[in-house]
Ligand binder design. Sequence first.
Ligand code: SF4
Length: 226
Amino acid sequence: MTNDFQQAALNEFQKSASQLAKGKDANAALTKSYERYDNLIAKTIEASSIKPACKAGCAFCCHYKVEVRAHEMLLIKDYLSKTFSAEKIAAVLAEAETNAAIIRTLTPEQHLTTNIKCPMLQDNQCSIYPVRPFRCRNFHSTDANACEQSHGDPSNMEIATGMIEDVAMFADAHTQGFEAAAEQTGKDARVYDFTTALLEVFADANVLKRYQRGKKTLQQAIEIST
Ligand code: SF4
């Protein structure tokens, strides 16, 4: 582990821990953490001689398995409730239901190698971009052709889409800093499958209460073992 990694993780841990201590849920602290993350990654990309190939409208990676923490899914629910119409939410949930029926038949390994369009992907763009989870933020590629090739051959794990070393390092450090601070609060730190978690946060009125009480927030969503 490099000094840069440790310093970035520690900085984020200290800032997030102090913000998380002020709220009953993580929404405000997570929003601030995402802002710091975006600034850190933008600066790192600016300083790098290699640039990501990612651009709006390119969304091969939004067909991969997505993992999420309870606090991330609660922020997404809040965002959807404030910015989407009831009809639009119903359409997203209907697509998520279709996806969940497939996902529940797959082993974790099969899920990793199966293309399933994320229900939040609309017109080839992320419809929850400001609150997309860390796992989505952290993904980047230096080779769009390799992304297309991987999308066409999802079980081929040999295809390397390329990463910028410093971007991957700071992304990981920042994420770990926030997650360590969230874990310190004693609230749910489990990792869940995105689609089944999305369905549960809208289906069960008690998810926020369970999160605030430090209980297992999601009881029907698929839990990912880490
Ligand atoms: S949440 Fe957004 S960025 Fe993540 S997979 Fe879905 S559409 Fe893509």
